[in-house]
Ligand binder design. Structure first.
Ligand SMILES: Nc1ncnc2c1ncn2[C@@H]1O[C@H](COP(=O)(O)OP(=O)(O)OP(=O)(O)O)[C@@H](O)[C@H]1O
Length: 296
């Protein structure tokens, strides 16, 4: 699916501008939307899946205006919201079968075959008889993905799927997403976890305070910070004085001192050496306003 977003803004009735003049183009494959809590990711995604309307701007999905073709577009979209909840009295397979009845016109036998195929795909076939509300947090998210996929959407929108998952479940979830992205489907994944993006997405945007702070590839975002990440070993007092001035991205205790990585336009200390940047560094760099330091 080809999505063109032009001049998109959302102002809530209380006057809060949650998203401001967003312009983006999103093609097939996995697209990551990175940003801190409150950046406007959920507002943006709810507009994309037609759950709420923008205040201004346009979205074209394969040339169809989202406001004029809401009904058709809903059939093309699968959505896993951040606060996805379950019907407590349904078994795992029953829950998915219920979702299938809502979003497909398949006959019972085909439907049940599809339910089991999807449960297998997300690694839940072994627990198909378990009550859905008794699944672990990670399993619930995977069932959420299965329900979003059941109608064979061309666009899959997933809001903060890995928040609160343990590292093993997070990796498992990322692997499921990577498998999905091999198909001809557009997946938009929102997250505040940098690792979700670096391990799954070739294209991305970073939102900060409702605005697009960066759009491009993760490598492109890392390139922007090259030469601005510095590494240095400091004692307690030197560390205290530098951390008051510069955004610190990592600290490792080494022999009673600190190995520190920080972001600065200029060499922050005579002993500081330029370090190799990663996406985490770039994220901090593009959040510079949070630190009141102008780095770009
Ligand atoms: N219905 C609403 N009325 C007023 N303000 C809202 C409403 N919904 C969201 N906001 C505000 O808009 C901003 C963006 O919220 P949004 O949920 O879109 O951000 P987010 O990036 O998804 O963050 P989070 O991960 O914390 O949900 C926040 O400041 C939020 O408080």
């Amino acid at each position: 699916m080809n999505i063109k977003i032009k001049g998109l803004s959302k102002i809530y009735p209380n006057g809060h501008a949650a998203i401001k003049n967003i312009n983006l183009q999103i093609g097939s494959g996995m697209f990551g939307l990175l940003g801190p809590n409150g950046a406007g990711k959920s507002s943006f995604m709810r507009i994309l899946v037609t759950v709420q309307k923008a205040t201004s701007g346009t979205i074209l999905m394969d040339g169809m205006d989202i406001n004029e073709h809401r009904h058709e577009i809903r059939k093309l979209v699968g959505y896993l919201p951040q606060d996805f909840t379950f019907f407590s009295k349904l078994k795992t397979w029953e829950f998915l079968d219920y979702a299938a009845q809502l979003s497909t016109s398949l006959k019972r036998k085909e439907r049940l075959a599809k339910v089991d195929k999807l449960l297998d795909q997300v690694g839940l076939l072994d627990v198909r008889e378990r009550m859905a509300n008794k699944l672990s947090g990670g399993m619930k998210r995977r069932l959420g993905i299965a329900q979003a996929l059941i109608g064979e959407p061309r666009l899959l929108v997933i809001d903060e799927p890995t928040t609160g998952l343990d590292p093993e479940e997070r990796i498992r979830f990322r692997n499921i997403l990577s498998d999905l992205s091999q198909r001809d489907v557009t997946i938009i994944l929102s997250t505040h976890i940098v690792g979700d993006i670096s391990s799954t997405c070739h294209n991305m945007a970073m939102l900060n305070k409702g605005e697009v702070a960066f759009k491009g590839s993760p490598e492109g975002m890392i390139d922007q910070v090259r030469g601005h990440v510095w590494q240095i070993i400091l004692d307690d007092s030197a560390f205290d004085s530098l951390k008051a001035k510069y955004p610190v991205v990592s600290t490792i205790p080494v022999d009673g001192k600190w190995e520190v990585q920080l972001i600065s336009n200029d060499q922050p200390h005579p002993d500081a050496k330029v370090a190799n940047p990663n996406l985490e560094h770039a994220y901090v760099y593009f959040m510079e306003n949070e630190f009141g330091v102008s780095l770009v």
